[in-house]
Design a protein around this ligand. Sequence first.
Ligand code: ADP
Ligand code: 5GP
Length: 189
Amino acid sequence: MAKQGKLIIFSAPSGAGKTTIVKHLLTKFPELEFSVSATTREPRGDEEIDKAYHFISKEEFLHLIAKKQFVEFEEVYSGTFYGTLRTEIERIWKKGKTVIFDIDVEGGLHLKRKYNGAALAIFVQPPSLEVLKERLTGRGTDSEEKLKERFAKAEKELNYAPRFDIILKNNDLQTACKDAEELVKNFLK
Ligand code: ADP
Ligand code: 5GP
């Protein structure tokens, strides 16, 4: 077992901008490494296999659940599973690095409860539900049906913000990235 290190959790409804902010932070802080989740969804856009996600079948996912390989997992959308592998966190801590997550709201709170003070849980807040919908539609990666499912979930998830350590407003992207850099810098000290 690796020595326990730190964790930085970015959670938000889909479309709030967490992937964009996490990617930015990874270019700025070599001491961070991204936790690659496992998922049963298909790769989309320019996502690289085993970099964006470990894309696996539902059978394989269920097998990993049975073998207790997940620190947390969720059926984030109906029939589509996402989960954080134990081995992923261990791998990153072994290198002496801090793990950074892009994870849904329930999963983020789950990790925060588990790791407490070792974890910083950040909720990325869009200016409004309307803007969130525009961003998600503008990203152009989801079908009409998938968009509807994501909007419905987003509306509920926005209420979870106060349960996080910090709410990071993502109105202007550049400002949000700078604010995120400050938060990470202070937490890594
Ligand atoms: P998430 O990972 O939370 O689902 P993304 O990072 O994929 O969100 O962002 C959703 C879309 O919104 C992307 O097309 C991204 O470029 C865009 N975006 C992110 N932040 C902003 C912002 N502050 N202003 C405008 N567009 C943004
Ligand atoms: P997407 O399909 O847009 O990549 O992700 C959908 C949602 O699943 C996002 O909110 C994303 O953060 C979340 N997600 C990604 N990986 C995990 C994970 O390992 N666990 C949980 N609970 N959610 C995840």
